[in-house]
Design a protein around this ligand. Structure first.
Ligand SMILES: C[S@@+](CC[C@H](N)C(=O)[O-])C[C@H]1O[C@@H](n2cnc3c(N)ncnc32)[C@H](O)[C@@H]1O
Length: 285
């Protein structure tokens, strides 16, 4: 193993050595999430976080899986039913199956997508995947600096802010601490969007005393994430709803991931994890 960890595990998208900015000695949420989804772009430190979570809650992988399915339903809804043709996906994650551009461009091949993530691994793999797609791009930027996203040259080039936009913040706001002001950041990112735009959000949730078993898992998972990864907030449904601001939640409102415009699946809804991640789509009136 090299000083920076497991260079030999690196499967470069375009060949070549592990880029110096990728630190394999510390877990990254993009790579932990990739592990949960059965991907190969992760290292031992990342797998350790995933395995600790699975030890606590054996059906934990259903949350990322359901999150991806929510993403696909939400993007399809925005593209096919609401006519959205440009998407800004913040905290996009490593490329996997059913990515935003694939879903949106199935509806309209000219739909434009900008992926934004602060993890260098996402940029390395994203660029390789998207190299041939002129309607899709990926930039490295931090949600904690919304102006660096909104004023980014490529964002300006790909997104016409005089037309409705689909803004995605899926499974990212719960990686921001309260002191980082996720509400203020969500407000700043929604601000330039015109009427008819949408925001989709998914977020770890602690449903409180109405669902004591789920609340207990949420508290325990929060402890495991913070101990191993240093982030993870399971917020209340009220806190999460506030991130939509004046955008009006479309039916069915804020719901468990698998309960948002999906066929009921008893295997999923009977899990205590069902209510520990929720999602919604809001429309700017
Ligand atoms: C759990 S993954 C979710 C990926 C994708 N949005 C999805 O829902 O399938 C969270 C992503 O947010 C990114 N992320 C975390 N903090 C971020 C920040 N401050 N700025 C930009 N991206 C961030 C991570 O690198 C990771 O790729």
């Amino acid at each position: 193993m090299s000083e920076r960890g497991e260079e030999r595990e690196w499967a470069a998208p375009n060949g070549g050595p592990l880029p110096p900015e990728i630190d394999t000695t510390k877990p990254s949420i993009a790579r932990v999430y990739d592990w949960f989804l059965g991907g190969k772009d992760n290292f031992a430190v990342d797998r350790h976080v995933g395995e600790a979570t699975v030890k606590l809650a054996p059906d934990a992988p259903l949350v990322p899986r359901q999150n991806r399915l929510f993403l696909q339903r939400a993007v399809r809804y925005m593209a096919a039913e609401a006519g959205i043709r440009q998407f800004l996906d913040i905290g996009s994650g490593l490329p996997t199956q059913g990515n935003v551009h694939q879903v949106a461009q199935e509806v309209d091949p000219a739909a434009r997508v900008v992926y934004v993530d602060n993890d260098p691994m996402v940029l390395a793999h994203g660029r390789a995947l998207l190299a041939t797609n002129s309607s899709t791009t990926v930039i490295q930027a931090d949600i904690r600096e919304p102006r660096s996203i909104l004023e980014n040259e490529q964002v300006q080039q790909f997104v016409d802010f005089s037309e409705p936009v689909g803004l995605l913040m899926l499974a990212i706001l719960h990686h921001l601490a309260d002191e980082e002001d996720p509400g203020g950041l969500a407000t700043a990112l929604r601000a330039p969007l015109v009427s008819g735009s949408f925001v989709a959000i998914s977020h770890f949730c602690n449903p409180g005393e109405a669902y004591p078993e789920s609340a207990k898992v949420a508290e325990e998972a929060e402890a495991v994430f913070n101990e191993n990864l240093g982030t993870g907030r399971w917020r209340t449904p009220e806190e999460i709803t506030a991130y939509f601001g004046d955008f009006e939640l479309v039916e069915p409102g804020l719901a468990p991931l698998a309960g948002w415009r999906a066929e009921p699946d008893p295997d999923v809804s009977r899990s205590p994890l069902y209510r520990t991640c929720v999602a919604g789509v809001g429309r700017k009136p």
